[in-house]
Design a protein around this ligand. Structure first.
Ligand SMILES: O=C(NCCCCc1cc2cnccc2s1)c1cc(-c2ccc(F)cc2)cc(O)c1O
Ligand SMILES: [Mg+2]
Length: 214
């Protein structure tokens, strides 16, 4: 059978990027997805907002829900301080295989732990399995109808602390209306919307940044 979109994306990275150079991996994926084949990476426009929030937070421990091919894992991990770590959760084994290779190609495998499984199952195991006290930063980019239940789960598992920053992708397209309702009307969060566009398109989308107030 033929190759998959993630496999073709990996090939584009291996062909056009420089091993160990995260910036070239990001550019190779953006160029491929903009000019050859669209894919659901956070992309270069929203990626700039992700970069600026990350630089501001400078997290020691970051969580990403929804790895896909590892594009945002590379964007996040390249900006982490030396001893900081990113845990990224992916549900689909076929995506995880590609993501591991793209993260490794960027030379960031020592900063990123990719865990396969469903967020609802794995979040309660974070403390015991990965020795996580709490997360400083969470990037939500998985099933849009899991944003609210998983945020509540992170709260209930004591994985959020005063000042933890949640950054959610796709709050307009495909949309996460319940999540916007939840974080915008909740006294425990200070929320702000960053308008942008859906990756590689002119369609409106944006990121919602929510600071947990404890
Ligand atoms: O669905 C999206 N992302 C989620 C897919 C991953 C599912 C997972 C579930 C799960 C559960 N537990 C742990 C890990 C995970 S990963 C998504 C979709 C679009 C889009 C697609 C078509 C379109 F026309 C317009 C926008 C754009 C985006 O930026 C997206 O992120
Ligand atoms: Mg997304």
């Amino acid at each position: 059978t033929g190759s998959s979109r993630p496999q073709r994306m990996l090939k584009a990275v291996q062909k056009n990027a420089t091993k160990g150079d995260p910036k070239s991996v990001i550019s190779a994926i953006d160029s491929y997805c903009r000019h050859k084949e669209w894919a659901m990476n956070v992309g270069d426009d929203k990626g700039l907002i992700l970069d600026s929030v990350l630089t501001e937070v400078n997290p020691s421990t970051a969580l990403e829900l929804g790895t896909y091919c590892g594009y945002s894992s590379v964007r996040i991990a390249r900006l982490l301080s030396p001893d900081s770590k990113l845990i990224t959760i992916e549900f689909n084994p076929a995506f995880a295989i590609i993501a591991r290779q793209i993260i490794a190609y960027a030379g960031l495998q020592d900063k990123v732990t990719l865990v396969e499984g469903a967020s609802g199952d794995l979040i309660p195991k974070m403390k015991e399995q990965f020795g996580i006290k709490s997360f400083d930063f969470v990037f939500l980019d998985h099933w849009k109808d899991r944003y609210v239940p998983d945020t509540k789960l992170l709260e209930d598992c004591g994985l959020l602390k005063k000042g933890t920053v949640l950054l959610a992708d796709n709050v307009i397209c495909p949309g996460a209306p319940e999540y916007l309702q939840y974080v915008r009307n909740n006294p425990r969060y200070e929320s702000r919307y960053y308008p942008s566009n859906l990756e590689y398109t002119k369609v409106e989308d944006g990121l919602e940044k929510s600071v947990f107030l404890g």
